[in-house]
Design a protein around this ligand. Sequence first.
Ligand code: FAD
Ligand code: NAP
Length: 530
Amino acid sequence: MAAELDVLVVGAGFAGLYMVHRARGLGLSVEAVDAADGVGGTWWWNRYPGARCDVPSLEYSYGFDDDLQQEWEWTERYATQPEILSYLEHVADRFDLRSHLTLGTRIDRLSFDEDELRWRIHLDDGSARSARFVVMATGCLSAANMPDIAGADDFVGRTFHTGRWPHDPVDFAGRRVAVIGTGSSGVQSIPIIAEQAAHLTVFQRTPAYAVPAHNGPLHPADVAEIKADYRNWRAVARDSRPGYGGHVPRPELSALSVSDEERTAAYDTRWEHGGLLFLGAFNDLLLNTEANDTAADYLRARIAEVVDDPATAEMLSPDTIVGCKRLCLDSGYFATYNRDDVDLVDISASPIDRIEAGGIVVDGRLHEVDDIVFATGFDAMTGALDRIHIEGRDGRTLRDAWAAGPTTLLGLQVAGFPNLFTVTGPGSPSVLTNMVSSIEHHVDWISDVLASMTTQGRTTVEATEAAQQEWVAWVNAVADLTLFPSCNSWYLGANVPGKPRVFMPLPGFPDYVAHCTTVAESDYPGFTFG
Ligand code: FAD
Ligand code: NAP
């Protein structure tokens, strides 16, 4: 017989761990299942050289427990993958979550039993669970995107995907290495792989914009200042557009309203400070193409300053809207192309023909390599959900419901799938924010629904079709006011062949949070309860 639970959580990353903590705090029986052999989600899987966060560590962390945030000591402005992983392991131990975790086990299939009003869940170890509620904490960037390149199986060397990195150390010494992909994972790993390998060839389909990380050790006095006022810091962060950096003044000016000198000075200040808040220099960089062009020109000029060979600098210079793909942080990335043992191959016009036993063929030319690193990203936001057979009312699957693109109410529920929640789902700000802020907000909101249902003796909660349609139209309308949909990003699903082209996240974190609060305070209009 299947174990009976109140709440089954899929995933044990930032979202899954916090969901277990909150559900248990409500007195509910809860279990989280993760395919990984350990906790940490993203930080368990992505062990490639150079992996670290790009939101400052002091903010890319939980704020729900004051003792935790006071006690934990981050060592660098942007923490490394091992440090974030040990933080999440510490959280699992400190809050005694491990007895609620089943690790190294995938959930393949779940279906809603309309008679019993329970979810039936099937695990790949052959066991089953039955739960009143299911929370999908499956991650927006957890389903690796492995391109289908002809001949890949013939390659005799080693292959790696950044999001499925081995746990044993990988030694590139003396080897000729290829990296395919120049998004955040490529930009972080390329400088380090270049230092280790005998030769590195980077295959670039779209060049990336990057601003300096200026990473370094945290100064005790700065940390003490934040910790003295940590709760307020978190509150201000929740009220900011990206869900962090709330203490940085909000931009009030258009990039087009100031002189060239003032504009350059504003960009210089952000550049010297480093970090993704570069895009906050003006209030219209993601709203107005002309304004965005000024940032693009600035960033291209910076690339030309660093990269010695003008032809290489040109190849590395994007011609797209800055920020419509996630901006990257540079720790020696562009300078790496000045090395004699690093080559850049432009595959924008002529994609990889095939992979052969000895390397990668582009335009009929074989680039001989011993190892291939796929820094090719993820089937983002929907990929992890799409890989599970999720059957709601009337036997309808989520895959069918989302065949033309994901539809949700608030990014939290899908019509036809009662008592199933998605954390940072499509239709919520999610990947456009500091994700820990979004995760904590979603888990708290879900927990409040569960608490109110218990109090009121309600058994099911479900988004209505009408409210969902209205929400999807709203998300599209907001996205269309911005420049986000203007390039082939993973936000649009454009990186995965055949995926519907729909802008999935909702720009505007603080407004969204305020709206979710109003919904909760008004007894959840748009949701029906059984
Ligand atoms: P995840 O951490 O992705 O965890 C989801 C878990 O669900 C995984 O462990 C997976 O194994 C499990 N799972 C999925 N499907 C199943 C199934 N069917 N059965 C069992 N288990 C399943 N965000 C930021 O805001 N700032 C950053 O600096 C930042 N840096 C990042 C760096 C990298 C390299 C990557 C890839 C992402 C980064 N992100 C960043 C996004 C990051 O994914 C989130 O910040 C956060 O870690 C997500 O937590 P999560 O718990 O929602 O999902
Ligand atoms: P990504 O941003 O999607 O980048 C993937 C790269 O691979 C792109 O350059 C893409 O080119 C290329 N690519 C994909 N398929 C290809 C193919 N068939 N042939 C050739 N090139 C191909 O993925 P990512 O770098 O893993 O990052 C994903 C997200 O995770 C980030 O945007 C960020 O949110 C998060 N992340 C954060 C950090 C951090 O700094 N903290 C680090 C890593 C990841 P196109 O652009 O042309 O598609």
